[in-house]
Design a protein around this ligand. Sequence first.
Ligand SMILES: [Fe+2]
Length: 191
Amino acid sequence: MDDLPFQPPTGPIGADELADVARRVAERPDLWEPTLDPTRERRTYSEVYTDENLGVWAIAWAADDHDTGYHDHDRSHGAVHVARGCIRHEHLQLGARPVGEAVPAGQGFRFDNTAIHRMRREPGHDLTVTIHAYSPPLEETGQYAQDDHDRLLHRVPSPSSEQLRPQGFQGDPSDGIGATRPGSRRTSVGD
Ligand SMILES: [Fe+2]
């Protein structure tokens, strides 16, 4: 692809560089808006760029029930930049309510390959679009859910081609109060 707003990496890159890629792509809607085709039925995706070191996607969240559930990214580091609307970003804590915060357009977050998180459209917002950058490109995710039989938390691996959604009970909702989130750092334009 010509005219990319970033240099294709020559090897795997970390969360800081991924945050820069995601922000630059968010600022270039011509790269993703024409192919995103949002619908309330499900999240829709537009592949912006993929090579052996980097995968970049735009994702449209067009309804309040568009929700990933808790998941990890297997071997991939990642970063997300909110291009439109507002996303709720949450993390699990042992023995406490999840922590979460609303991340509006123009801001984002980054995470390493140890992070577990959940993203959903912040209720009451219009169409939300997020730009995701992963290194290496996302091939597998782990989805977290409380098993119906033993009532314990389990990790269920799934291919990245399968759309993430809450797998059963996802715990109490977060209280909306921001808190320190291990493995994740808030970023904003110019940060
Ligand atoms: Fe994720």
